[in-house]
Ligand binder design. Sequence first.
Ligand code: AMP
Ligand code: MG
Length: 314
Amino acid sequence: MSILTSLSHAQESRYSFEKGMMGSPFKLVFYAKNDSIANIAAQSAFKRIEKLNEILSDYRDGSEINMLSAQSGSGKWVPVSDDLFNILAISQDISKKTDGAFDATLGPVVQMWRHATRKGVFPQETEIREAMSKTGYTKMKLDSKAKRVFLSQKGMRLDIGGLGKGFAAEEAVKVLKSFGIKSIMMDAGGKIVLTNPPPGTKGWNITISNGSDSLKTMALSHIALATSGPTYRYMEYNGIRYSHIVDPKTGIGLLFHVRTTAISPDGTVADALATAFSVAGIEKSKKIIALFPDSKVWLVEKQGEHVADWNTLE
Ligand code: AMP
Ligand code: MG
């Protein structure tokens, strides 16, 4: 083999794939030696996400998570798959560290708001109270030895929408790595996991916004970032916009949140933190972030007529 061909063999090309998954556009960019490796790797990664969606989707009656919720209040410890157990374990850890700002048991409240948004009718106070009475992360217990879950109250409904895409992005990246692919950017609907930089560069150029006029582009690698915001998904009633992110203390969609970006070594944690910081707001998040020394945040919220901005990304 001549030096020239071995050089060209060593060279990798950029590949890009896109697919609508989990209700959002998922985009995969990576560097691989040839088309056939790239295609099979991308297909395998998307297949892994489809499998996860079958387990984690709260839109599917037969999903493992919905079948688990259906057994709430039965007094039984329910054995679950490793995937479901792992995501619930991360979720519970974040709930504890954020004093419940992140809460995967908000399903009944999220369902109520989805229904209200479709009908364009604001829920009655009694409805909100009723849905809220079936929530609370302390009502979910985990047995890490036997990988079992206990949901103490009837009518509970788990919703991992606040960290599921970050988890899916991490898992897709693991699949790509198993094909020997090293430079990867997986964007799962705004929850992004990055590995090595593109060959010959310092990092992936990622542009982060505050939701309106301010943009920041950074060259990043070996890190994850997630953005949460009510840009597309919100309920409007009497001219007031309520975010699809719910405050677990009130059962009502956030009113003051503009946009949050969290950066963490792990995609699932970044996703959960972007949601949790949005709920906690700037002042409380300043205390919470002390528990996540490897994480950074850019949080924008409305405070009366002003827009307040807290940024630790620098
Ligand atoms: P994200 O875009 O990651 O902020 O996720 C938003 C989704 O998380 C919502 O559509 C709900 O399914 C779910 N969710 C809403 N409020 C919360 C909350 N306080 N904690 C955890 N998940 C939530
Ligand atoms: Mg999130």
